[in-house]
Design a protein around this ligand. Structure first.
Ligand SMILES: [Zn+2]
Ligand SMILES: [Zn+2]
Length: 255
């Protein structure tokens, strides 16, 4: 299994600075932020499943657009997976015939371009040997993270979250854990904003990880570009036993 980072920036930031999207092999996306723009038409046509962490645009902006683009090439609906509450938000506020057509009934209700499939937190599904599990997240809108397990190794992605001890209890007990991607959107000088917007800043993440142990690479995503260097300096001090590194778009994991 391969996982390719299409975008992981906390805000759009020029070429290669797209927002959250991870490509699993050639057929699964986790989130559909502007990083999806890295994919060619042929690559887009291969996407069969999109797992959404939450409804915010930096994680969903390209979902309506890719459904439309891929419909030209596809005979099967694209399946969007997320907790039901998130699917309901996407249907009511994106695919609502105002922001974008309701492709759950286009070209027809019997053969639509997109279909929704609920995956609740704590539940897993397997797709040709790859198991995706929805994990708890704590954000200003309903949110989830995801673990993806090839059977040989697993990668965890937090999605957008703030203080979340339940997530870390699950992660630290996860078998075959190889890579942990966690967001840290703000530096500690903006801790009040991180609390209000329900993101991590370095001190909040360090507090959550104080008693947590795992043997896996710790990678940081969703840094606000203007604060990225400061966030990493603070994390390298507060979390130095984990040796955290900034996640870069274009990185490919093999599991
Ligand atoms: Zn968000
Ligand atoms: Zn976000």
């Amino acid at each position: 299994m391969k996982v390719r980072i299409l975008g992981c920036s906390g805000a759009i930031c020029g070429v290669g600075g797209g927002t959250t999207s991870l490509l699993v092999d050639d057929d699964i996306l986790i989130d559909a932020g502007t990083g999806v723009g890295e994919l060619s038409d042929a690559e887009l046509a291969h996407i069969d499943h999109v797992f959404i962490t939450h409804s915010h645009l930096d994680h969903t902006a390209f979902l309506p657009l890719m459904v439309d683009a891929a419909a030209e090439y596809r005979t099967q609906p694209l399946t969007v997976h997320a907790p039901q509450v998130t699917l309901d938000i996407l249907h009511a506020h994106l695919f609502n015939n105002l922001i974008w057509p309701d492709f759950t009934v286009i070209p027809s209700a019997a053969a639509p371009a997109v279909q929704f499939a609920a995956l609740e937190v704590g539940h897993s599904m397997s797709l040709r040997g790859r198991t995706l599990t929805a994990l708890p997240a704590q954000h200003v809108v309903p949110a989830a993270g995801y673990a993806v397990d090839s059977g040989a190794g697993s990668l965890v992605f937090s999605g957008d979250t703030t203080t979340n001890p339940v997530f870390w209890a699950i992660v630290s007990a996860m078998p075959r854990l190889r890579h942990v991607i966690v967001e840290t959107a703000f530096p500690d000088a903006h801790r009040a904003t991180a609390v209000a917007a329900q993101h991590y800043c370095p001190s909040l993440l360090a507090a959550d990880l104080h008693d947590v142990r795992f043997d896996a690479e710790l990678l940081i995503s969703h840094l606000k570009p203007v604060h990225a260097a400061q966030i990493m300096r603070e994390l390298n001090t507060a979390l130095h036993r984990f040796d955290p590194h900034r996640l870069d778009a274009g990185r490919v994991f093999e599991l």
